[in-house]
Design a protein around this ligand. Structure first.
Ligand SMILES: Cc1ncc(COP(=O)(O)O)c(C=O)c1O
Length: 495
């Protein structure tokens, strides 16, 4: 392909995406294909001869598009948002256009330095303590990881390395292998699956401690677990606190867990994958009270900050902890003499190669501006409250627990099996997509405001679909009419 064809192909692809987004509401949010559909449609072997890009676009529309779940649709309310914006897409195109792999400073100086700058900007927007920022006097700094899962896995390995070094320094006669086998990690039973998986991958026992009735892991629970394990000769090593659990978006109190971890020399990592984005709004920062006790902090701009997957922002207080754990030298990698201020990011992550992800983060921060980003977060939270009020206006439903960020959990008063049936029926119709969670042992439906396109009308569309389905489930019971939207809780911030 020459540059002329590239221009045509690229423009056609941009047009296709812009049309897709403009008309996304016309599509069912879930696809109507059966497992294996694409395997049957596509040839078994790659073509021997080059093909035309126009044919490829045709096949994209004909074969790929029918198998897409529309994460960017305002009818998508499952999981958490998948970051998406035109600004980010273009940032990504620029990155792909350069095609650099920035594992060390010399492998592309701008790749490293833009990441340092962008992570400082973002850390300041969140109100993180200075210690986490590369621009402070200390050894802290930020790095873009692929996913929150990677950050958890990585910091668990760093915690292990640091703990073993400390114990060996105190008593060099100990066996490293024997020490490693006694290390224990902790988190709450509300953690994301990726946290438990980090224990499996890092070969460290991971205890899922019982959260309180509001889904929060308490400091006292952590302390008790440490004491029990120490009494058995085990070594507490690593804790993951959750700011915004996946199920109900609960916030663990860092101000309780932090002092317990610091006192016991245990690494404290924060998984704020979804909700961390809200800290760009000062009114939500009380939810990270105690963050000064934390060793590492991660959230996903690729969830709720308009950056396309993948972009997970992680900060550490001491960059040298990562370098100590992961520094493997080769003659072909010793071409610069960098330091923590200009990190060799290959020591801060698992793979050697790294994309120029800072470009899309930088693009989004510049083209939205901090005010634009805050407006986006506040709008989603307002829309979630609007949805919660619509649900509350119908006596058949309960909102439980209280809405948190862009997430509203609800259920039918009738009970778990009817609530599950409602969700199954809605999913089968493919117009909306939500997933379930449990709260205080009850089956609940999670409704998340996900799309950046979502308006008040979209929320009302989704609510009407839910109501209609509930009507079908309970044909013999009197339906409580929904209140007039004018009476609904104030939504001044709605667009
Ligand atoms: C609280 C929490 N942590 C971690 C993750 C995993 O994120 P990632 O896919 O970036 O690894 C999720 C995903 O939804 C999450 O909700």
């Amino acid at each position: 392909m020459d540059s002329k064809e590239f221009r045509e192909f690229g423009k056609a692809a941009i047009d296709l995406i812009a049309d897709y987004m403009d008309n996304i509401r016309e599509r069912d949010v879930l696809p109507s294909v059966e497992p294996g559909y694409l395997l049957k449609m596509l040839p078994e072997n790659a073509p021997e001869q080059p093909e035309e890009w126009k044919d490829l676009i045709q096949d994209f529309n004909h074969a790929i598009m029918p198998g897409i779940t529309h994460w960017s649709s305002p009818r998508f309310h499952a999981y958490f948002p998948a970051g998406h914006s035109y600004e980010s897409i273009v940032g990504n195109i620029l990155s792909d256009g350069l095609g650099v792999i920035g594992f060390s400073w010399i492998s592309s100086p701008a790749c490293t330095e833009l990441e340092v700058v962008s992570m400082n900007w973002l850390g300041k927007l969140l109100g993180l303590p200075e210690e986490f920022l590369n621009c402070s006097d200390g050894p802290g700094g930020g790095v873009i990881q692929c996913t929150a899962s990677d950050s958890t896995h990585l910091t668990l390995l760093v915690a292990r390395d640091k703990t073993i070094r400390r114990l060996l320094a105190a008593d060099p006669a100990q066996s490293e292998g024997e020490l490693a086998a006694r290390l224990v990690a902790y988190t709450s039973d509300q953690c994301n699956s990726s946290v438990e998986k980090a224990g499996l991958l890092g070969n460290m026992k991971m205890r899922l401690l019982k959260a309180d009735s509001n889904g929060r892991l308490r400091g006292e629970t952590v302390k008790q677990a440490f004491d029990e394990d120490i009494a058995q000769g085990l070594i507490p090593c690593y804790v993951v606190a959750n700011l915004g659990t996946t199920g109900i978006c609960a916030f663990d109190p860092l101000y309780e867990i932090g002092p317990v971890c610091n006192e016991a020399n245990v690494w404290l990592h924060v998984d704020a994958a979804y909700a961390g984005a809200a800290f760009i709004c000062p009114e939500y920062r009380h939810l990270m009270k105690g963050v000064e006790y934390v060793d590492s902090f991660d959230f996903n701009p690729h969830k709720w900050l308009l950056v396309n997957f993948d972009c997970s922002a992680m900060w550490v207080k001491r960059g040298y902890d990562l370098v100590n754990a992961f520094n493997v030298q080769r003659i072909y990698l010793t071409d610069t003499d960098t330091n923590v201020k200009v990190p060799d990011y290959r020591h801060w992550q698992m793979p050697l190669g790294r994309r120029f992800r800072a470009l899309k983060l930088w693009t989004v921060m510049r083209l939205y501006g901090a005010e634009g980003l805050r407006k986006y977060i506040r709008n989603h939270i307002s829309l979630a409250l609007h949805f919660a009020n619509l649900v509350r206006s119908d006596d058949r439903f309960l909102v439980e627990p209280e809405p948190s960020m862009g997430l509203v959990c609800f259920r039918l008063r009738d009970g778990d099996s009817t609530t599950k049936l409602l969700l199954d029926n809605l999913t089968a119709k493919k117009k909306l997509y939500m997933v379930a969670a449990t709260y205080q042992s009850r089956f609940i439906i999670r409704f998340v405001v996900c799309s950046r396109l979502t308006t008040k009308e979209d929320i009302e569309y989704s609510w009407n679909k839910i109501k209609e389905e509930a009507d079908l489930l309970r044909p013999n019971k009197i339906r409580i009419p929904a209140i007039n939207p004018i009476q609904v809780h104030s939504c001044e911030k709605l667009k």
